[in-house]
Design a protein around this ligand. Sequence first.
Ligand SMILES: [Cu+2]
Length: 155
Amino acid sequence: MDRIEKGVMATSIALLLVFFGAIVVAATSYGVDVPTCVTDRKPFVEGQAPLKMSDQPLRYEVHTVARMWMFDPPEITVPRGAEVDLYLSSADVVHGFYVEGTNVNLMAVPGAVTYQRVKFNREGTYRILCHEYCGTAHHLMAGSIVVSSSMQEQQ
Ligand SMILES: [Cu+2]
Protein backbone atom coordinates (compact mmCIF):
# COMPACT_ATOMS: atom_id res chain seq x y z
CA MET A 1 0.00 0.00 0.00
CA ASP A 2 1.26 3.44 -0.94
CA ARG A 3 2.28 5.90 1.79
CA ILE A 4 -0.32 8.44 0.61
CA GLU A 5 -3.06 5.77 0.70
CA LYS A 6 -2.10 4.91 4.28
CA GLY A 7 -2.28 8.60 5.17
CA VAL A 8 -5.74 8.95 3.61
CA MET A 9 -6.95 5.81 5.43
CA ALA A 10 -5.58 7.03 8.77
CA THR A 11 -7.16 10.46 8.26
CA SER A 12 -10.52 8.87 7.34
CA ILE A 13 -10.50 6.66 10.43
CA ALA A 14 -9.54 9.62 12.63
CA LEU A 15 -12.38 11.72 11.16
CA LEU A 16 -14.86 8.88 11.71
CA LEU A 17 -13.81 8.72 15.36
CA VAL A 18 -14.16 12.50 15.69
CA PHE A 19 -17.68 12.46 14.16
CA PHE A 20 -18.74 9.50 16.28
CA GLY A 21 -17.40 11.28 19.36
CA ALA A 22 -19.35 14.43 18.40
CA ILE A 23 -22.57 12.36 18.18
CA VAL A 24 -21.93 10.77 21.58
CA VAL A 25 -21.17 14.19 23.15
CA ALA A 26 -24.30 15.75 21.56
CA ALA A 27 -26.49 12.89 22.76
CA THR A 28 -25.14 12.81 26.31
CA SER A 29 -24.05 16.37 27.17
CA TYR A 30 -26.37 18.61 25.16
CA GLY A 31 -29.55 16.60 25.50
CA VAL A 32 -30.08 16.30 21.76
CA ASP A 33 -33.21 14.22 21.35
CA VAL A 34 -33.82 12.10 18.33
CA PRO A 35 -37.53 11.99 17.40
CA THR A 36 -38.89 8.60 18.22
CA CYS A 37 -41.84 6.57 17.13
CA VAL A 38 -44.03 5.99 20.14
CA THR A 39 -45.29 2.46 20.22
CA ASP A 40 -47.37 2.59 23.40
CA ARG A 41 -49.74 5.25 22.05
CA LYS A 42 -52.69 4.37 19.86
CA PRO A 43 -52.87 6.44 16.66
CA PHE A 44 -55.51 9.18 16.87
CA VAL A 45 -57.42 11.13 14.23
CA GLU A 46 -58.64 14.06 16.35
CA GLY A 47 -56.34 16.83 17.53
CA GLN A 48 -56.36 18.03 21.10
CA ALA A 49 -55.58 21.44 22.61
CA PRO A 50 -52.63 21.55 25.02
CA LEU A 51 -53.34 19.52 28.14
CA LYS A 52 -51.63 20.74 31.29
CA MET A 53 -49.92 17.87 33.03
CA SER A 54 -50.49 17.93 36.75
CA ASP A 55 -47.12 16.52 37.77
CA GLN A 56 -45.15 19.59 36.63
CA PRO A 57 -46.35 23.22 36.42
CA LEU A 58 -45.14 24.03 32.90
CA ARG A 59 -45.51 20.63 31.27
CA TYR A 60 -48.05 20.29 28.48
CA GLU A 61 -49.12 17.49 26.19
CA VAL A 62 -50.41 18.21 22.68
CA HIS A 63 -51.96 15.75 20.27
CA THR A 64 -51.72 17.05 16.73
CA VAL A 65 -53.21 15.43 13.65
CA ALA A 66 -51.94 16.27 10.18
CA ARG A 67 -54.43 15.87 7.36
CA MET A 68 -54.82 17.26 3.85
CA TRP A 69 -54.10 20.21 4.20
CA MET A 70 -54.15 21.37 7.76
CA PHE A 71 -52.96 20.67 11.24
CA ASP A 72 -55.52 19.94 13.96
CA PRO A 73 -55.44 22.01 16.16
CA PRO A 74 -54.30 24.76 13.76
CA GLU A 75 -53.05 26.95 16.60
CA ILE A 76 -51.47 25.80 19.85
CA THR A 77 -51.08 28.29 22.71
CA VAL A 78 -48.73 27.68 25.62
CA PRO A 79 -47.09 29.99 28.17
CA ARG A 80 -43.43 31.02 27.98
CA GLY A 81 -41.19 28.39 29.55
CA ALA A 82 -43.60 25.57 28.71
CA GLU A 83 -42.19 22.14 28.07
CA VAL A 84 -44.42 20.54 25.47
CA ASP A 85 -44.72 16.85 24.68
CA LEU A 86 -45.80 16.80 21.04
CA TYR A 87 -47.59 13.68 19.84
CA LEU A 88 -48.22 13.63 16.12
CA SER A 89 -50.22 11.38 13.84
CA SER A 90 -51.78 11.59 10.40
CA ALA A 91 -55.34 11.00 9.26
CA ASP A 92 -54.53 10.33 5.61
CA VAL A 93 -51.08 10.45 4.00
CA VAL A 94 -47.54 11.12 5.20
CA HIS A 95 -47.00 14.75 6.20
CA GLY A 96 -44.14 16.69 7.71
CA PHE A 97 -44.18 18.75 10.90
CA TYR A 98 -41.51 21.39 11.18
CA VAL A 99 -41.65 24.12 13.83
CA GLU A 100 -39.64 27.17 12.77
CA GLY A 101 -37.07 28.36 15.29
CA THR A 102 -36.90 25.01 17.09
CA ASN A 103 -35.38 21.61 16.43
CA VAL A 104 -38.82 20.02 16.02
CA ASN A 105 -38.92 18.13 12.74
CA LEU A 106 -41.24 15.14 12.73
CA MET A 107 -42.99 12.94 10.23
CA ALA A 108 -46.74 12.43 10.54
CA VAL A 109 -47.36 8.84 9.51
CA PRO A 110 -50.84 7.29 9.24
CA GLY A 111 -51.26 4.51 11.81
CA ALA A 112 -48.28 5.63 13.88
CA VAL A 113 -47.52 8.28 16.50
CA THR A 114 -44.30 10.26 16.53
CA TYR A 115 -43.15 12.23 19.52
CA GLN A 116 -40.80 15.03 20.49
CA ARG A 117 -40.43 17.18 23.59
CA VAL A 118 -39.69 20.88 23.09
CA LYS A 119 -39.27 23.79 25.48
CA PHE A 120 -40.36 27.30 24.51
CA ASN A 121 -38.28 29.92 26.30
CA ARG A 122 -39.07 32.84 23.97
CA GLU A 123 -42.45 34.48 23.48
CA GLY A 124 -43.78 34.74 19.97
CA THR A 125 -45.45 32.85 17.17
CA TYR A 126 -43.71 29.79 15.78
CA ARG A 127 -44.96 28.66 12.39
CA ILE A 128 -45.62 24.98 11.80
CA LEU A 129 -44.94 23.87 8.24
CA CYS A 130 -45.50 20.64 6.37
CA HIS A 131 -42.21 19.64 4.76
CA GLU A 132 -43.37 16.50 2.99
CA TYR A 133 -45.17 16.89 -0.32
CA CYS A 134 -48.70 15.69 0.40
CA GLY A 135 -50.81 16.85 -2.52
CA THR A 136 -51.95 19.87 -4.50
CA ALA A 137 -52.44 22.22 -1.51
CA HIS A 138 -49.31 21.12 0.34
CA HIS A 139 -47.87 24.65 0.13
CA LEU A 140 -50.85 25.98 2.13
CA MET A 141 -50.47 23.50 4.98
CA ALA A 142 -49.39 25.46 8.02
CA GLY A 143 -50.21 26.05 11.66
CA SER A 144 -48.73 27.94 14.56
CA ILE A 145 -47.60 27.67 18.13
CA VAL A 146 -48.20 30.86 20.10
CA VAL A 147 -46.01 31.26 23.15
CA SER A 148 -47.63 33.81 25.45
CA SER A 149 -46.15 35.76 28.33
CA SER A 150 -48.37 34.60 31.15
CA MET A 151 -50.30 31.64 32.50
CA GLN A 152 -53.57 33.66 32.63
CA GLU A 153 -53.95 33.37 28.88
CA GLN A 154 -54.20 29.63 29.29
CA GLN A 155 -57.53 27.94 29.79
CU1 LIG B 1 -47.50 18.66 2.87
